[in-house]
Write a protein that binds this ligand. Structure first.
Ligand code: AMP
Length: 144
């Protein structure tokens, strides 16, 4: 299974924020959209960072409620691991496990075209395993 298959099912929608957004504004996005991370994009739409709920917890733990007025630029992770449409779900899971993060933006030709979370990968793999199981059951039932 590839990243392309996962995106085909979940869609290409990615929530993005600008680096000048405040932590409060990012909390609003994460909360209203029911997501765990937002990609930070520059003027041309290029990926310049990522901010996840873990970064929010860390910033508030360190700075208290005042942290909510800080700009995302000061909080985001800048060295973002991205993937491509042809990457396999296995390599994606390895990237997430080794890097200890749960979100990977999909970039093709410098353009942000989606995001995959560990939840998306697991969901798709379970659905694939179920399909295989049903096919095997039908095959065995017919053979018998
Ligand atoms: P997460 O598990 O996605 O909530 O992220 C945990 C930490 O890793 C946070 O500090 C994120 O900013 C960072 N992070 C999330 N996704 C990525 C990624 N694709 N590349 C690099 N860092 C990331």
């Amino acid at each position: 299974m590839t990243v392309a298959t996962i995106l085909k099912h979940k869609g290409a929608k990615v929530e993005t924020v600008r680096p000048t957004a405040t932590l409060q504004q990012v909390c609003d996005v994460l909360s209203t959209k029911h997501i765990g991370a937002a990609v930070v994009t520059g003027a041309a739409g290029e990926v310049i960072g990522i901010v996840s709920e873990r970064d929010v917890v860390h910033a508030i733990c360190q700075g208290g409620p005042n942290a909510l007025t800080r700009s995302i630029d000061e909080i985001m992770t800048r060295d973002v691991a991205t993937c491509r449409l042809t990457d396999s779900s296995e390599s994606l899971m390895e990237t997430m496990t080794v890097g200890r993060f749960r979100h990977v933006p999909v970039v093709e030709g410098g353009r942000l075209i989606g995001i995959v979370s560990i939840g998306d990968v697991v969901k798709r793999r379970i659905e694939d395993t179920d399909l295989e199981r049903y096919a095997m059951r039908d095959y065995i039932a017919q053979a018998g």
